[in-house]
Design a protein around this ligand. Structure first.
Ligand code: ZN
Length: 320
């Protein structure tokens, strides 16, 4: 059967931004390549452009596939009053037994899906299948990064329960864009993960523990900007309404570098998961791929979605 990978190209970024934003996801996958231990760095550095470009394929699929949305989040507050996440069984089948699969799918499955992707990536390394290695690397990078975003761990994902609609894109798109140059992107420790399940659950638990600050500080800083929380900015040939720079700056610093910390932690986690999958596959020699170009192994097809259509599942990015 002919392999077909759909790459969705967004001709415009319009009112809907995407998780961590295009910039955030691409940055995380790209810098993960350069954070790897030497024995795997040689491989990924040749394909850093691929895993960067395809870092947002998983979000693109949300326009096409109903089952995609729930892979990007987990509404922890449906199960737990507060972090740590110790009520939800961390093993998928134990969780199904306790809550049913329908419930899990309804409230999100991101940590379980990361583990599923880890399995797929390990298999791809075992098979030495370049296309699968790169596709699964790009995708797992996306889901790991989503698990590091506090607003991906709550049912109040866009501040819609607390009169803070728009906060999702503010935290993960507007702030990374505005402060991109000052964000440190080289993590300290990238190493083998001996327990991937507990690793990803603890990262999600950290995200959940930050939700309160994300929401509370936005309220606080909003009070300091009663008249200039939003401003009009040039956009194409017109203007768009956005969170103002003074408001965004005050919020960013009030968060005490949380955006930078979560981005760095994401880069570290993505590189560590890639490395772990490769080690678990028996450390296959990948030098035979050399500099094989994308054209030589890929038959990706490019399609363009109708952007007047809404994302399937929850709409995280609507602004007021
Ligand atoms: Zn996502």
């Amino acid at each position: 059967m002919k392999r077909v990978v759909f790459i969705v190209v967004f001709a415009m970024l319009g009112k809907q931004a995407l998780a961590w934003g295009f910039l955030g996801h691409k940055t995380i996958n790209y810098y993960a390549c350069f954070a790897l231990p030497q024995d795997l760095f040689g491989f990924y550095k040749n394909y850093s452009d691929y895993v960067k470009t395809h870092a947002v394929d998983a979000d693109s699929r949300r326009y096409l596939i109903d089952a995609e949305a729930c892979r990007h989040y987990l509404d922890c507050d449906h199960y737990e009053h507060s972090a740590p996440l110790d009520t939800i069984p961390h093993r998928w089948f134990d969780a199904i037994e306790k809550y049913t699969e329908d419930t899990l799918l309804e409230f999100g499955i991101v940590p379980w899906h990361v583990l599923n992707m880890k399995y797929r990536l390990t298999q791809a390394f075992k098979e030495k299948n370049l296309r699968k290695i790169l596709k699964n690397s790009a995708d797992i990078g996306h889901y790991i990064a989503d698990a590091h975003v506090p607003l991906h761990s709550t049912s109040n994902y866009n501040g819609q329960q607390t009169d803070q609609v728009g906060i999702h894109a503010l935290w993960e798109t507007r702030l990374p864009q505005l402060f991109y140059d000052s964000i440190d992107k080289m993590p300290g420790t990238v190493e083998y993960i001996s327990n991937p399940q507990e690793f990803i659950w603890s990262r999600l638990s950290e995200s959940y523990s930050m939700v309160d600050s994300v929401l509370r500080l936005e309220k606080l800083i909003s009070k300091m900007h009663p008249n200039d929380k939003r401003s009009l900015e040039p956009y194409g040939r017109g203007v768009k309404r956005a969170y103002s720079i003074p408001f965004s700056r005050d919020y960013y610093y009030a968060l005490d570098n949380m955006v930078e910390r979560r981005m760095l932690a994401s880069i570290e986690a993505v590189a560590s998961f890639w490395y772990t999958a490769w080690v678990d596959a028996g450390q296959p020699d990948l030098s035979e791929f050399g500099n094989l170009s994308m054209e030589e192994w890929s038959d990706d097809k490019i399609i363009t979605p109708d952007l007047n259509q809404k994302m399937k599942g929850r709409q995280e990015y609507d602004i007021e």
